[in-house]
Design a protein around this ligand. Structure first.
Ligand code: SF4
Length: 394
């Protein structure tokens, strides 16, 4: 491991940033761009490692979870997405409430602490489908935390219940209903890149950055946590990525100033995977760009406690490297994940707890099982308990 004391032969243009990181000063937009432009990737990753170890020591978190993608039928057709289908298209599906209940039972029996739910913007499913889904899971597995519905799905639910015209009050009312039925937190998907040019070119029709942020702001005001993401490596520039990070940082500042009970707890950089999407002619980001982006996320987002190397999209091997480059979380056991890799024969992507723990140990870190809101889990087989308080970054 390269520690701050042993960082030598630094690219001279980074010296000012090295000093700031050592003195725990906030980095600027120009610093973020410099971190992207320097050839000295070694120093960028080492700096991120210093911050990661300052916050979390050698602890790396993982969880036992199960993903449910309830439908891939979507009213939109974002260019980067190879998950969505139209109603009569080959491979289109929607799960019944019995299917969902069955998944919840399997999650319960496997000792999962979290069910993670996202899906397409189904044009005809009524609002009751979503509240019934939450009720069904709760009836089977009342202890399991339900992390569900990205901001674009929440806006879709506001529209189908005719609450969309009420702006944030409508969003708030939808979220309150979902929370009353057991919603525990929001995932961070759908943020893509907060930039109008990128929005208009690759996901026109989907909500833009402002509306994504509004949904998360309302969720934080209502007292639930959420995650943040950035889908990078398609048509956006590196400067646009830095702007995206700064907008998240500003919003987290606002959340803290307003003493909200909820907040962004984890940043998850997501590499674009071309698959069979309309952008399949693009190569997607390289492994080096993935390391650089996770490291810069850790350095720029000084007020978001956790940075996740989402192994499903990064691979376990790359996620291991990322633990030395700013990441302190590796996500969970997952099982089925339809959002990416749908062009392969199936989307079974399971990693056992033993494999996750071994990957973390092999990388030189200490595995700690967490629940969705970072409370430590004590476990005996499939029975588990959580501590009352979250683990606090130190
Ligand atoms: S990214 Fe989401 S909203 Fe866009 S087409 Fe895919 S499922 Fe639909």
């Amino acid at each position: 491991m390269r520690t701050m004391q042993s960082i030598q032969n630094v690219d001279a243009s980074l010296q000012k940033i090295v000093d700031k990181v050592l003195q725990q000063e906030r980095l600027t937009k120009e610093d973020g761009i410099e971190l992207y432009e320097t050839p000295d990737l070694w120093t960028v990753c080492s700096l991120a490692n210093v911050v990661r170890r300052r916050l979390h020591g050698d602890v790396t978190y993982y969880n036992i979870n199960r993903h449910i993608n309830y439908t891939n039928i979507c009213a939109l057709s974002c260019k980067f997405c190879d998950f969505h289908r139209k109603k009569d298209q080959d491979g289109a599906y929607e799960h019944s409430l019995d299917d969902i209940k069955n998944e919840a039972k399997i999650a319960l029996d496997s000792g999962a602490t979290e069910i993670h739910i996202v899906g397409g913007l189904h044009p005809w499913l009524p609002f009751e489908y979503y509240t019934n889904m939450l009720d069904a899971i709760h009836s089977v597995a009342p202890k399991i935390h339900i992390k569900a519905f990205t901001a674009v799905e929440i806006v879709h639910l506001a529209r189908i219940t005719k609450r969309g015209r009420d702006g944030n009050a409508g969003i708030s009312s939808v979220l309150e209903d979902l929370i009353a039925h057991g919603l525990g937190s929001l995932p961070g998907g759908g943020a893509e890149v907060f930039d109008d040019r990128v929005h208009d070119e690759v996901f026109r029709g989907k909500i833009g950055g402002k509306q994504w942020m509004d949904v998360h702001r309302v969720a934080h005001e209502l007292g639930i946590n959420s995650n943040a993401t950035m889908l990078y490596g398609h048509i956006e520039t590196r400067e646009e990525r830095v702007n995206h990070m700064l907008l998240l940082r500003e919003e987290q500042d606002r959340t803290e100033q307003n003493n909200c009970q909820g907040k962004f707890q984890t940043m998850i950089p997501l590499p674009f995977i071309p698959g069979v999407s309309e952008l399949s002619h693009l190569p997607g980001p390289s492994g080096i760009e993935n390391l650089r982006t996770i490291a810069i996320s850790r350095l720029m987002l000084d007020n978001i406690p956790h940075v996740k190397a989402f192994w499903i999209m990064q691979t376990i091997q790359m996620a291991q490297h990322m633990l030395e480059c700013g990441a302190n979380d590796i996500d969970g056991t997952v099982v089925w994940y339809d959002i990416t890799k749908v062009s392969t024969e199936n989307t079974h992507q399971e990693c056992s707890t033993v494999d996750l723990r071994r990957a973390i140990y092999d990388a030189g870190f200490k595995p700690v099982e967490r629940d969705t809101v970072y409370r430590p889990v004590t476990r005996e087989g499939t029975s588990w308990e959580v501590a009352e308080r979250p683990i606090t970054a130190h």
